[in-house]
Design a protein around this ligand. Sequence first.
Ligand SMILES: N[C@@H](CCC(=O)N[C@@H](CS)C(=O)NCC(=O)O)C(=O)O
Length: 312
Amino acid sequence: MNNNKSGEFVRWESQFRNWVTPSGDAGPSGTAGFKAEPGRYHLYISHACPWAHRTMIFRKLKGLEKIISVSVVNPVMPQESWNFGAYPGATVDHVHGYQTLAQLYERVAPGYTGVVTVPVLYDKQQDQIVNNESSEIIRMLNSAFNAWGDVKIDLYPPALQTDINTINAFVYDHINNGVYKTGFAKSQQAYEYAFDQLFTALDELEARLNSQRYLLGDQITEADWRLFPTLVRFDPVYYSHFKCNRQRIIDYPNLWAYLRSLYQQPGIAETVNMAHIKTHYYTSHPFLNPSGIIPKGPDIDFMSQEGMEQYC
Ligand SMILES: N[C@@H](CCC(=O)N[C@@H](CS)C(=O)NCC(=O)O)C(=O)O
Protein backbone atom coordinates (compact mmCIF):
# COMPACT_ATOMS: atom_id res chain seq x y z
CA MET A 1 0.00 0.00 0.00
CA ASN A 2 1.23 3.46 -0.85
CA ASN A 3 0.72 5.93 2.00
CA ASN A 4 2.42 9.27 2.69
CA LYS A 5 3.84 10.45 6.03
CA SER A 6 0.42 11.60 7.21
CA GLY A 7 -1.05 8.16 6.58
CA GLU A 8 -2.97 9.25 3.47
CA PHE A 9 -3.36 6.72 0.67
CA VAL A 10 -1.69 7.90 -2.55
CA ARG A 11 -2.68 6.19 -5.79
CA TRP A 12 0.08 5.33 -8.24
CA GLU A 13 0.24 6.81 -11.77
CA SER A 14 -0.67 4.51 -14.65
CA GLN A 15 2.42 3.81 -16.77
CA PHE A 16 1.19 2.97 -20.28
CA ARG A 17 -0.48 5.95 -21.96
CA ASN A 18 -0.72 5.36 -25.71
CA TRP A 19 -3.98 5.83 -27.60
CA VAL A 20 -5.82 3.81 -30.19
CA THR A 21 -7.06 6.24 -32.86
CA PRO A 22 -9.05 5.71 -36.08
CA SER A 23 -6.04 6.65 -38.22
CA GLY A 24 -3.24 5.24 -36.09
CA ASP A 25 -1.88 8.75 -35.47
CA ALA A 26 -0.76 9.51 -31.93
CA GLY A 27 -3.42 10.52 -29.41
CA PRO A 28 -3.09 13.03 -26.55
CA SER A 29 -0.13 11.08 -25.11
CA GLY A 30 2.22 8.26 -26.06
CA THR A 31 3.25 7.17 -29.52
CA ALA A 32 1.54 6.63 -32.88
CA GLY A 33 0.87 3.24 -34.43
CA PHE A 34 -2.26 2.01 -32.69
CA LYS A 35 -4.88 2.08 -35.42
CA ALA A 36 -8.39 0.97 -34.52
CA GLU A 37 -9.05 -2.43 -36.08
CA PRO A 38 -11.46 -5.22 -35.21
CA GLY A 39 -9.88 -8.17 -33.39
CA ARG A 40 -6.55 -6.45 -32.80
CA TYR A 41 -6.98 -5.29 -29.20
CA HIS A 42 -7.61 -7.24 -26.02
CA LEU A 43 -8.84 -6.05 -22.64
CA TYR A 44 -7.60 -7.56 -19.39
CA ILE A 45 -10.05 -6.82 -16.60
CA SER A 46 -11.24 -7.76 -13.16
CA HIS A 47 -14.98 -7.76 -12.53
CA ALA A 48 -14.17 -6.63 -9.00
CA CYS A 49 -12.25 -3.54 -9.98
CA PRO A 50 -14.25 -0.32 -10.34
CA TRP A 51 -11.75 1.14 -12.83
CA ALA A 52 -11.91 -1.94 -15.05
CA HIS A 53 -15.69 -1.96 -14.68
CA ARG A 54 -15.86 1.35 -16.56
CA THR A 55 -14.17 -0.19 -19.56
CA MET A 56 -16.59 -3.14 -19.62
CA ILE A 57 -19.52 -0.71 -19.50
CA PHE A 58 -18.19 1.26 -22.48
CA ARG A 59 -17.44 -1.89 -24.45
CA LYS A 60 -20.99 -3.04 -23.81
CA LEU A 61 -22.75 0.26 -24.52
CA LYS A 62 -20.78 0.86 -27.69
CA GLY A 63 -21.48 -2.66 -28.97
CA LEU A 64 -17.79 -3.58 -29.19
CA GLU A 65 -17.96 -7.09 -27.77
CA LYS A 66 -17.05 -8.75 -31.05
CA ILE A 67 -14.38 -6.13 -31.82
CA ILE A 68 -12.41 -6.17 -28.55
CA SER A 69 -11.86 -9.51 -26.77
CA VAL A 70 -11.53 -9.85 -22.98
CA SER A 71 -9.77 -11.93 -20.34
CA VAL A 72 -11.00 -11.81 -16.75
CA VAL A 73 -8.72 -12.33 -13.73
CA ASN A 74 -9.70 -14.22 -10.58
CA PRO A 75 -11.30 -12.01 -7.94
CA VAL A 76 -8.86 -13.00 -5.21
CA MET A 77 -5.73 -10.92 -5.66
CA PRO A 78 -2.67 -12.43 -4.00
CA GLN A 79 0.08 -10.04 -2.96
CA GLU A 80 2.18 -10.83 -6.03
CA SER A 81 -0.37 -9.99 -8.68
CA TRP A 82 -3.67 -10.79 -10.34
CA ASN A 83 -3.95 -14.31 -11.74
CA PHE A 84 -6.15 -16.16 -14.18
CA GLY A 85 -8.18 -19.27 -13.97
CA ALA A 86 -10.37 -21.18 -11.76
CA TYR A 87 -12.95 -18.93 -10.13
CA PRO A 88 -16.42 -19.00 -11.79
CA GLY A 89 -16.73 -16.00 -14.08
CA ALA A 90 -12.95 -15.61 -14.46
CA THR A 91 -11.16 -16.83 -17.59
CA VAL A 92 -7.80 -18.03 -18.71
CA ASP A 93 -5.48 -15.53 -20.38
CA HIS A 94 -6.95 -15.92 -23.85
CA VAL A 95 -3.93 -14.41 -25.59
CA HIS A 96 -0.86 -15.96 -23.96
CA GLY A 97 -2.21 -18.54 -21.55
CA TYR A 98 -0.26 -16.90 -18.72
CA GLN A 99 -0.93 -17.70 -15.06
CA THR A 100 -0.56 -14.11 -13.85
CA LEU A 101 -1.04 -10.63 -15.23
CA ALA A 102 2.49 -9.78 -14.09
CA GLN A 103 3.75 -12.08 -16.84
CA LEU A 104 2.12 -9.87 -19.44
CA TYR A 105 3.68 -6.72 -17.97
CA GLU A 106 7.06 -8.46 -17.85
CA ARG A 107 6.67 -9.58 -21.47
CA VAL A 108 6.05 -6.09 -22.84
CA ALA A 109 8.25 -4.21 -20.35
CA PRO A 110 11.04 -6.49 -19.09
CA GLY A 111 12.08 -5.47 -15.58
CA TYR A 112 8.82 -3.58 -15.00
CA THR A 113 8.73 -2.43 -11.39
CA GLY A 114 5.44 -0.54 -11.32
CA VAL A 115 2.16 -1.87 -9.96
CA VAL A 116 0.49 -4.58 -12.04
CA THR A 117 -3.01 -3.21 -12.50
CA VAL A 118 -6.20 -3.84 -14.40
CA PRO A 119 -7.59 -2.70 -16.75
CA VAL A 120 -5.04 -3.23 -19.52
CA LEU A 121 -5.67 -2.57 -23.20
CA TYR A 122 -3.25 -4.80 -25.10
CA ASP A 123 -2.32 -4.71 -28.79
CA LYS A 124 -1.98 -8.29 -30.05
CA GLN A 125 -0.44 -7.16 -33.34
CA GLN A 126 2.46 -5.17 -31.90
CA ASP A 127 2.64 -7.16 -28.67
CA GLN A 128 2.44 -4.01 -26.55
CA ILE A 129 0.32 -2.63 -23.78
CA VAL A 130 -1.43 0.34 -25.33
CA ASN A 131 -2.77 1.81 -22.13
CA ASN A 132 -3.55 0.85 -18.52
CA GLU A 133 -5.47 3.94 -17.46
CA SER A 134 -9.23 3.39 -17.42
CA SER A 135 -10.17 7.04 -17.90
CA GLU A 136 -8.28 7.01 -21.19
CA ILE A 137 -9.38 3.56 -22.33
CA ILE A 138 -13.04 4.59 -22.04
CA ARG A 139 -12.41 7.68 -24.18
CA MET A 140 -10.92 5.42 -26.88
CA LEU A 141 -13.85 3.01 -26.67
CA ASN A 142 -16.26 5.93 -26.93
CA SER A 143 -14.98 7.17 -30.27
CA ALA A 144 -11.97 5.40 -31.83
CA PHE A 145 -13.89 2.27 -32.84
CA ASN A 146 -16.92 4.03 -34.33
CA ALA A 147 -16.43 2.26 -37.65
CA TRP A 148 -17.75 -0.87 -35.85
CA GLY A 149 -19.36 0.45 -32.67
CA ASP A 150 -22.66 2.23 -32.12
CA VAL A 151 -22.02 5.77 -33.40
CA LYS A 152 -25.31 7.02 -32.01
CA ILE A 153 -23.94 6.66 -28.50
CA ASP A 154 -21.56 9.48 -27.62
CA LEU A 155 -20.83 9.57 -23.92
CA TYR A 156 -18.37 12.45 -24.25
CA PRO A 157 -20.21 14.87 -26.54
CA PRO A 158 -18.23 18.01 -27.50
CA ALA A 159 -20.79 20.41 -26.00
CA LEU A 160 -20.47 18.81 -22.56
CA GLN A 161 -16.76 18.00 -22.44
CA THR A 162 -15.75 20.88 -20.19
CA ASP A 163 -18.52 20.13 -17.70
CA ILE A 164 -17.76 16.40 -17.81
CA ASN A 165 -14.10 17.04 -17.06
CA THR A 166 -14.97 19.33 -14.16
CA ILE A 167 -17.35 16.90 -12.47
CA ASN A 168 -15.03 13.95 -13.19
CA ALA A 169 -12.22 15.61 -11.26
CA PHE A 170 -14.50 16.19 -8.27
CA VAL A 171 -15.99 12.67 -8.36
CA TYR A 172 -12.58 11.04 -8.80
CA ASP A 173 -10.93 12.83 -5.93
CA HIS A 174 -13.74 12.69 -3.39
CA ILE A 175 -15.67 9.56 -4.34
CA ASN A 176 -14.00 7.08 -6.76
CA ASN A 177 -10.61 7.44 -5.09
CA GLY A 178 -12.23 8.87 -1.97
CA VAL A 179 -13.49 5.48 -0.81
CA TYR A 180 -9.94 4.10 -1.18
CA LYS A 181 -8.46 7.07 0.69
CA THR A 182 -10.95 6.38 3.48
CA GLY A 183 -10.40 2.63 3.54
CA PHE A 184 -6.63 2.62 3.13
CA ALA A 185 -5.91 5.53 5.50
CA LYS A 186 -3.21 4.67 8.01
CA SER A 187 -3.91 7.42 10.52
CA GLN A 188 -7.12 8.45 12.26
CA GLN A 189 -6.74 11.96 10.91
CA ALA A 190 -6.30 10.82 7.29
CA TYR A 191 -9.30 8.52 7.65
CA GLU A 192 -11.57 11.20 9.07
CA TYR A 193 -10.51 13.74 6.48
CA ALA A 194 -11.21 11.38 3.57
CA PHE A 195 -14.46 10.23 5.18
CA ASP A 196 -15.74 13.80 5.55
CA GLN A 197 -14.74 14.70 2.00
CA LEU A 198 -16.47 11.61 0.67
CA PHE A 199 -19.78 12.22 2.42
CA THR A 200 -19.76 15.96 1.72
CA ALA A 201 -19.36 15.09 -1.96
CA LEU A 202 -22.16 12.53 -1.85
CA ASP A 203 -24.38 15.13 -0.12
CA GLU A 204 -23.60 17.55 -2.94
CA LEU A 205 -24.53 15.05 -5.61
CA GLU A 206 -27.69 14.15 -3.73
CA ALA A 207 -28.69 17.84 -3.83
CA ARG A 208 -27.74 18.12 -7.49
CA LEU A 209 -30.03 15.21 -8.35
CA ASN A 210 -33.00 17.04 -6.83
CA SER A 211 -33.43 18.94 -10.05
CA GLN A 212 -31.88 16.69 -12.70
CA ARG A 213 -31.78 13.03 -13.52
CA TYR A 214 -28.11 12.61 -14.29
CA LEU A 215 -24.93 14.44 -13.32
CA LEU A 216 -25.09 16.78 -16.29
CA GLY A 217 -28.81 16.97 -16.94
CA ASP A 218 -31.19 14.60 -18.68
CA GLN A 219 -28.56 12.80 -20.71
CA ILE A 220 -26.33 10.00 -19.40
CA THR A 221 -22.66 10.80 -20.01
CA GLU A 222 -19.22 9.46 -19.23
CA ALA A 223 -19.43 11.24 -15.86
CA ASP A 224 -22.30 8.98 -14.79
CA TRP A 225 -20.55 5.82 -15.91
CA ARG A 226 -17.47 6.83 -13.94
CA LEU A 227 -19.53 7.30 -10.78
CA PHE A 228 -21.65 4.18 -11.17
CA PRO A 229 -18.99 1.50 -10.40
CA THR A 230 -18.25 3.20 -7.07
CA LEU A 231 -21.91 3.59 -6.11
CA VAL A 232 -22.81 0.00 -6.95
CA ARG A 233 -19.98 -1.24 -4.68
CA PHE A 234 -20.73 1.19 -1.88
CA ASP A 235 -23.31 -0.54 0.31
CA PRO A 236 -22.00 -4.13 -0.12
CA VAL A 237 -18.32 -3.24 0.29
CA TYR A 238 -17.15 0.30 1.00
CA TYR A 239 -19.65 0.92 3.79
CA SER A 240 -18.20 -1.85 5.93
CA HIS A 241 -14.83 -2.90 4.49
CA PHE A 242 -13.58 0.68 3.96
CA LYS A 243 -15.44 2.10 7.00
CA CYS A 244 -17.44 4.52 4.82
CA ASN A 245 -20.33 4.20 7.21
CA ARG A 246 -21.99 7.55 7.83
CA GLN A 247 -24.81 6.25 5.68
CA ARG A 248 -25.49 3.93 2.76
CA ILE A 249 -26.42 4.88 -0.80
CA ILE A 250 -29.81 3.32 -0.16
CA ASP A 251 -30.32 6.02 2.50
CA TYR A 252 -29.95 8.81 -0.07
CA PRO A 253 -33.29 8.92 -1.96
CA ASN A 254 -31.93 10.62 -5.09
CA LEU A 255 -28.64 8.75 -5.34
CA TRP A 256 -30.38 5.44 -4.74
CA ALA A 257 -32.90 6.09 -7.53
CA TYR A 258 -30.09 7.35 -9.78
CA LEU A 259 -27.96 4.27 -9.09
CA ARG A 260 -30.84 1.96 -9.97
CA SER A 261 -31.65 3.94 -13.09
CA LEU A 262 -28.10 3.37 -14.32
CA TYR A 263 -28.10 -0.27 -13.24
CA GLN A 264 -31.34 -0.82 -15.19
CA GLN A 265 -30.00 0.57 -18.47
CA PRO A 266 -29.88 -2.22 -21.09
CA GLY A 267 -26.78 -4.39 -20.75
CA ILE A 268 -25.47 -2.85 -17.53
CA ALA A 269 -26.67 -5.42 -14.97
CA GLU A 270 -24.60 -8.08 -16.71
CA THR A 271 -21.45 -5.98 -16.20
CA VAL A 272 -21.95 -6.13 -12.41
CA ASN A 273 -20.56 -9.31 -10.85
CA MET A 274 -21.28 -8.97 -7.15
CA ALA A 275 -19.64 -12.30 -6.27
CA HIS A 276 -16.34 -11.10 -7.77
CA ILE A 277 -16.72 -7.70 -6.14
CA LYS A 278 -17.30 -8.99 -2.62
CA THR A 279 -14.83 -11.84 -2.88
CA HIS A 280 -12.10 -9.53 -4.09
CA TYR A 281 -12.31 -6.82 -1.48
CA TYR A 282 -12.95 -8.99 1.56
CA THR A 283 -10.21 -11.51 0.73
CA SER A 284 -7.50 -9.37 -0.87
CA HIS A 285 -6.74 -6.90 1.92
CA PRO A 286 -5.69 -9.03 4.91
CA PHE A 287 -4.62 -5.92 6.82
CA LEU A 288 -8.27 -4.79 6.78
CA ASN A 289 -10.01 -8.18 7.04
CA PRO A 290 -7.56 -10.77 8.41
CA SER A 291 -10.14 -13.58 8.59
CA GLY A 292 -10.99 -13.21 4.90
CA ILE A 293 -14.63 -13.82 5.74
CA ILE A 294 -16.97 -12.49 3.09
CA PRO A 295 -20.16 -11.01 4.57
CA LYS A 296 -23.33 -12.69 3.31
CA GLY A 297 -25.32 -9.46 3.20
CA PRO A 298 -26.61 -7.04 2.34
CA ASP A 299 -29.13 -8.25 -0.20
CA ILE A 300 -29.72 -5.25 -2.44
CA ASP A 301 -32.46 -5.11 -5.05
CA PHE A 302 -31.01 -2.95 -7.80
CA MET A 303 -34.02 -3.75 -9.97
CA SER A 304 -36.56 -2.27 -7.56
CA GLN A 305 -38.65 0.58 -9.00
CA GLU A 306 -39.63 2.14 -5.71
CA GLY A 307 -39.15 5.91 -5.54
CA MET A 308 -37.94 6.12 -9.15
CA GLU A 309 -40.76 8.32 -10.50
CA GLN A 310 -38.32 10.88 -11.90
CA TYR A 311 -36.82 8.20 -14.17
CA CYS A 312 -40.08 6.88 -15.64
N1 LIG B 1 -5.70 4.63 -12.45
C1 LIG B 1 -5.91 3.23 -12.78
C2 LIG B 1 -6.11 2.45 -11.51
C3 LIG B 1 -6.26 0.96 -11.76
C4 LIG B 1 -6.19 0.19 -10.42
O1 LIG B 1 -5.81 0.74 -9.38
N2 LIG B 1 -6.55 -1.10 -10.46
C5 LIG B 1 -6.47 -1.91 -9.26
C6 LIG B 1 -7.67 -2.81 -9.09
S1 LIG B 1 -9.12 -1.97 -8.59
C7 LIG B 1 -5.30 -2.88 -9.36
O2 LIG B 1 -5.15 -3.54 -10.38
N3 LIG B 1 -4.51 -2.99 -8.29
C8 LIG B 1 -3.42 -3.91 -8.24
C9 LIG B 1 -2.73 -3.90 -6.90
O3 LIG B 1 -3.18 -3.19 -6.00
O4 LIG B 1 -1.73 -4.62 -6.76
C10 LIG B 1 -7.10 3.16 -13.71
O5 LIG B 1 -8.06 3.92 -13.52
O6 LIG B 1 -7.08 2.35 -14.62
